[in-house]
Ligand binder design. Structure first.
Ligand SMILES: [Zn+2]
Length: 478
């Protein structure tokens, strides 16, 4: 069993008040809340770092499992209780030093917020101390771990927020958040933009909703609501023994962004072509424009991204495509329970011929492939599908039917022209002629089963024997 997490964005409506949005003062409260929580985190990071020995303190306890007394370090819960006993004055601990008095500096902060900040600080300090110890042990001069950063987006634990979705009239949906208005903590209602899709997703059975994070951006503010689910997934080695195993192979390319083939018992049972619908050309034209601007204006200012608007457009478009393509791949996986999703290991790219814009475009296309692979892996795992990567050796140059080396070609003026990156694949050995990306996609399955020209650590294997798995169901050629 493993856990998978997904998150859903709920945007807080910051439109004009007469258009149903929150007013400026309400927005300000969210920023102030983040600010004061960051300050409180700094307070506790500083506090814990002034007494780091507490993290190494050992206590004795009785272990039921081992039937004896044992030693262990303090856990987070105990560290929190200890920190509160020193920094928060209560009836039991009335004497608190002024400079350590949290309640004095942050009066009225709800306990839930205080505890979340203390827990954050414990995590940050603990990881800093362990990095520091490792660094000291290594004896290296460089790479001293930096002081822990205290900035976080606020997490809204139980008791600091409530989400009210009011039926059909979506204009009536709002989230109630306990915020800091600059002098005191108050409850404020924020209208939210929530669609049918999000509502359905949040209510989907089987998912456990966790505390949302309040993400405050320059323009937009939204709640990122995580949901967790237990996933039952088979180990790949175990799956491989299953004769009924369905494998989903993906070949990632430029024009055909992804060619998905589904195989069962040596037969292709489904094929999906996902085209780039002009993305590559679109991106190339933008990059050409950027490089032209750069040429005209000379050297870029250090630390400043040139043409950041165009750049962020390119990045956003890439991510958007990656989400869409990976959703389609995951949807294919969802149809075949217990299937295995196979990708080729991606190589480095972005070098080679062509002008600057062309080289950068290749690099971006490669990054997009990485994004598609990573997002597909994450999305498919929610259906219990495990993803593996295989050696990409020869997938686009060898015949998926017989395993012999073939050639790629395309048509020019009605004539066949042999080309390294031709759209079509031809095998002179068995006469197989097919779309080159489809051929590569089927080869991904062979690579997974270590059939044909598979390699171990860069060493090519010779002797192309047709695997027994494919003996049956292989049609004879005319
Ligand atoms: Zn062949």
């Amino acid at each position: 069993m493993a856990e998978t997490i997904r998150s859903t964005k709920i945007e807080i409506d910051l439109d004009d008040r007469d258009a149903g949005g929150a007013n400026i003062q309400k927005r300000k409260c969210l920023e102030l809340t983040q600010k004061i929580l960051n300050e409180a985190r700094v307070f506790y990071v500083t506090f814990f770092l002034s007494l780091p020995e507490k993290f190494d303190e050992r206590i004795t306890y009785y272990s039921e499992k081992h039937g004896e007394y044992r030693e262990r370090k303090l856990n987070s819960k105990e560290l929190l209780a200890w920190a509160e006993s020193i920094t928060v004055s209560t009836r039991e601990h009335p004497d608190v030093l002024d400079e350590q008095n949290f309640s004095l500096k942050f009066s009225g902060m709800p306990v839930v917020y205080r505890r979340s900040v203390i827990n954050d600080a414990i995590g940050k300090v603990r990881s800093y101390l362990s990095h520091l110890k490792k660094w000291e042990k290594s004896g290296e001069g460089k790479g001293k771990p930096g002081w822990p950063k205290a900035d976080n987006y606020p997490v809204l634990y139980k008791g600091t927020y409530s989400l009210q979705l009011i039926g059909l009239d979506r204009k009536g949906s709002f989230v109630r958040i306990k915020v800091f208005d600059g002098s005191k903590w108050v409850w404020v209602n924020y209208p939210v933009k929530i669609g049918r899709w999000q509502e359905k997703r949040l209510a989907e059975p089987g998912w456990e909703t966790k505390s949302p994070k309040l993400v405050i951006g320059a323009k937009k503010i939204f709640l990122s609501v995580p949901q967790a689910r237990e996933v039952r997934a088979r180990k790949v080695e175990e799956s491989k023994l299953d004769p009924e195993l369905v494998t989903v192979g993906v070949d990632l390319n430029v024009k055909n962004l992804a060619v998905v083939t589904v195989m069962k018992s040596g037969k292709v049972i489904e094929t999906v072509f996902i085209k780039d619908s002009g993305l590559d050309r679109h991106r190339y034209l933008h990059l050409k424009l950027i490089s032209k601007h750069q040429r005209q204006s000379g050297k870029a200012v250090r630390g400043e991204r040139f043409d950041w608007r165009l750049w962020s457009h390119i990045k956003r478009t890439n991510l958007d495509f990656a989400h869409k393509v990976s959703r389609k791949i995951a949807d294919v996986c969802a149809k075949y329970p217990r299937c295995v999703l196979i990708f080729e290991r991606l190589g480095r790219s972005g070098h080679g011929k062509g002008g600057k814009a062309r080289r950068i475009n290749r690099k971006q296309a490669n990054q997009l492939r990485g994004l598609i692979r990573d997002l597909s892996k994450h999305k498919a795992f929610q259906y219990g599908t495990v993803t593996v990567e295989t050696d990409p050796h020869g997938t686009s140059h060898y015949c998926a039917r017989c395993g012999e080396k073939g050639e790629r070609f395309s048509f020019k003026n009605g004539k066949r022209v042999k080309r390294g990156w031709g759209k079509l694949f031809y095998c002179p050995h068995c006469g197989y002629e097919v779309n080159a990306d489809f051929n590569a996609s089927v080869n991904v399955h062979h690579s997974f089963y270590r059939e044909y020209h598979w390699r171990i650590e860069g060493k090519a294997r010779s002797g192309l024997k047709r695997p027994a798995r494919l003996q049956a169901g292989w049609e004879k050629l005319p």
